[in-house]
Write a protein that binds this ligand. Structure first.
Ligand code: GLN
Length: 232
């Protein structure tokens, strides 16, 4: 049947380092849950993708200025974003968590952040959450562009903690990235594939159709297991 996307090529923007959703493998290839899901969906629905690894905030801006057709970047489906983007069906439940340097025994709760500086990704739910409690606990939030830089900032002691999505923190810690998680995860939103509101609806429909197929045929579970087995 005709879906309006067959044979077409779509530019899709993503984050730079957000393992296990998108990251470079040892050979420099962009891999991860988002990449595998999108590639499998594109294959089953007969379209092609041109992945642009831009960074999270840059990806959202590229979409808003129509430089790309869609974004897949562990992007949370929030009410605020739904005003300007249309989202696919959710494909992963997430939430924000706080991590500190592995050898830091001083910061265990939000209250320990008083007078300190923490980091989070510019434009992310982690940043929104950190800012929402910053006044109450008396800390400041430094926005950085990508998760790798945020983690380095904590290890270098410039920030005492980082707020990021829990599956990404858990994956990094399982890879011995020098951090440890110290708080429970906060209630967060699910991830979805995004297009501009009212635009590229064929692509959005094809994504949902492909995602439902992957869930039904077991490929979705296989992709998640491939990347998450290590963190459990
Ligand atoms: N899930 C978070 C958000 O959408 C962070 C996404 C990311 O850093 N790639 O805000």
């Amino acid at each position: 049947q005709h879906t309006g996307v067959e044979g077409k090529k779509f530019a899709i923007a993503t984050d730079t380092t957000f393992a296990p959703f998108e990251f470079r493998d040892g050979s420099g290839n962009l891999v991860g849950i988002d990449m595998d899901l999108l590639n499998a969906i594109a294959k089953s629905q007969g379209f092609e993708v041109d992945i642009k690894s831009l960074g999270f905030d840059a990806a959202l801006q590229a979409l808003q200025s129509n430089q790309v057709a869609g974004v897949i970047a562990g992007m949370s489906i929030t009410d605020e974003r739904k005003k300007i983007f249309d989202f696919s069906d959710p494909y992963f439940d997430s939430g924000v968590q706080m991590a500190v340097a592995k050898n830091d025994d001083a910061i265990k709760t939000y209250a320990d952040l008083k007078g300190k500086s923490v980091t989070a990704k510019r434009g992310s739910e982690g940043e929104t959450f950190a800012k929402s409690i910053a006044g109450k606990y008396g800390f400041t939030v430094k926005a950085l562009a990508d998760s790798a830089t945020m983690y380095d900032d904590v290890k270098a002691g410039n920030s005492v903690a980082v707020f990021d999505d829990y599956p990404v923190l858990a994956y990094g810690v399982s890879q011995n990235n020098g951090l440890k998680i110290v708080t429970e995860k906060e209630q967060g939103s699910s991830y979805g594939f995004a297009v501009n509101k009212g635009q590229n609806q064929d692509l959005l429909k094809a994504f949902d159709t492909g995602l439902a197929e992957l869930k039904a045929n077991g490929e979705y579970d296989l992709i998640l297991d491939t990347y998450l087995a290590k963190t459990e």
